[in-house]
Design a binder for this molecule. Structure first.
Ligand SMILES: [Zn+2]
Length: 167
């Protein structure tokens, strides 16, 4: 497996309800995303204990994001930082970025009445997001210009993470 060295961080909303990473994992499995993590063994066991599917020599991880931030501000790990994501195919971003997603649907067109998830980021989500971005930018030495919304990526035909999201 080719290791990812992140140079960008892409911010998403899940466009849906506040659900755990494992539920997003099942959803992304149906879309055909997925990678097998065979090592490090300690991390494999950690994911297996969280409920990720065991496979020959490791665990299968379908969730395309590296991090998921829940409405209550808790941060759940998706893919390990060292593996390619499946969250933004435009501009080759899956090969050079970390994907961070907030649960909810922050788009006023797609989700005018909140029926598809909470309609704007919670204060707890934004606090956790800022802490996470500071942490990741620090360890990977990513400049502020490298922290972008999905919709800002060249070639990405999306409104993600919605017009109600502002950094
Ligand atoms: Zn997105």
């Amino acid at each position: 497996m080719e290791r990812l060295y992140p140079r960008f961080i892409i911010i998403h909303h899940t466009a849906g309800h506040d659900v755990p990473a494992l539920e997003i994992d099942a959803y992304h499995a149906r879309r055909g995303f997925g990678m097998v993590m065979a090592e490090p063994k300690r991390l494999v066991e950690e994911y297996a204990e969280r409920g990720f599917e065991r496979a020959e020599g490791g665990v299968v991880i379908h969730i395309g994001y590296h991090y998921l931030i829940r409405a209550d501000g808790s941060v759940e790990k998706g893919r390990p930082d060292f593996s390619q994501g499946a969250h933004c195919s435009s501009s080759g971003m899956n090969f050079k970025s970390l994907g961070v997603a907030l649960t909810g649907n922050f788009d006023s067109v797609d989700n005018p009445d909140g029926g598809k998830g909470h309609p704007e980021p919670t204060a707890a989500q934004m606090k956790s997001l800022r802490n996470l971005l500071d942490y990741l930018a620090d360890i990977y030495q990513i400049p502020g210009s490298g922290i972008i919304r999905h919709r800002d990526v060249a070639g990405a035909a999306t409104r993600c993470p919605g017009d109600r999201f502002a950094l």
